[in-house]
Design a binder for this molecule. Structure first.
Ligand code: TMO
Length: 300
């Protein structure tokens, strides 16, 4: 890659988070870069702290920015030209409250969110309260769940898990015993191919739901709506990255997956128990033609 020789000795720093597809895609990209003689370093950051890191060119790439989780910070920085849009995947995303299908029989009215309050006791822990429990992911995934519970008057308390694995463990135990559970999930994800279920239908997302308290059914509070139902998934880089590594940036732009591919990528870690590094190597080996097409001609 002749045009990036000025940055030959400096590693490209790829940000890793803590869910399967993000980790594997980071290593897929890193593997491609390494195959082209570039140096790569993986740096782990929580979803909130990573924006400061990108803005200051401390690290260069985030391979998965999800509309439902990252839109606010991304758009803020993008509009100030402090991060670069490296393209949108051919993926439709959704991130929201989710339940296994059998819960519908126990709580008629689902998937409409108003059914949740009528049967909140079903989802309660054995503490004599009728407050339901909603299992959210790790706090660093930064979903405004507390604000949503307040704005929609949900009789629920939020329990954050520490890891994605813990979240899927809760689902698996509930599923095997046909116990009521409502938890955070998203698509594309492998979960829906193993456990049949649905998202709760909250009031339809609107941008103003996050910015104008007066919007929506609660006049006083933000977040009285669900997450976007057909959200985007983007690649983002620091401003320095395309200048220092133009060919590597083009590879990042060209990298693309659809929902199905991303689900299979996540399953390599969460179901097949491969490490993200090994999962990426398996994927790269099985999909050579695909990723070799992402290499720009003038950089080969
Ligand atoms: C950003 N995530 C896929 C965890 O919702």
């Amino acid at each position: 890659m002749s045009s990036i020789s000025e940055a030959e000795d400096e590693p490209i720093k790829i940000i890793t988070n803590n869910w399967a597809s993000q980790l594997v895609v980071s290593h897929i990209l890193g593997g491609i870069y390494k195959s082209q003689g570039l140096k790569v370093k993986y740096v782990s950051y929580p979803g909130d702290g990573q924006w400061f890191i990108l803005k200051h060119n401390i690290a260069h790439i985030q391979v998965e920015a999800w509309q439902g989780t990252h839109a606010e910070k991304y758009q803020q920085l993008f509009s100030q030209e402090m991060v670069v849009d490296a393209g949108t995947y051919d993926v439709i995303t959704r991130e929201d409250w989710w339940y296994p299908d059998y819960v519908e029989e126990l709580c008629p009215g689902l998937p409409d969110w108003r059914a949740l309050n009528r049967c909140s006791a079903l989802f309660s822990q054995k503490d004599n309260s009728n407050k339901g429990v909603y299992y959210a992911g790790p706090v660093e995934w930064e979903k405004p769940e507390k604000a949503k519970v307040r704005a929609l008057g949900l009789n629920f308390k939020i329990i954050n898990t520490y890891t994605a694995k813990e979240l899927w463990g809760k689902l698996d135990r509930a599923y095997k015993n046909k116990q009521p559970i409502v938890l955070f999930n998203w698509t594309p994800n492998w979960v829906g191919s193993i456990y049949k279920g649905k998202f709760v239908e909250f009031p339809e997302y609107h941008k103003k739901c996050e910015t104008h308290p007066g919007w929506g059914i609660n006049q006083d509070f933000l977040h009285d709506c669900g997450s976007p139902k057909s959200g985007w998934l983007k690649k983002v880089s620091s401003t320095e990255f395309p200048k220092k590594w133009p060919c590597a940036f083009e590879i990042l732009e060209n990298m693309n997956f659809n929902n199905n591919e991303l689900e299979q990528i996540a399953a390599l870690v969460d179901i097949k128990n491969l490490t993200p590094f090994n999962a990426a190597n398996v994927w790269l080996k099985d999909n050579q033609t695909k990723w070799q097409n992402w290499l720009p001609n003038q950089c080969r």
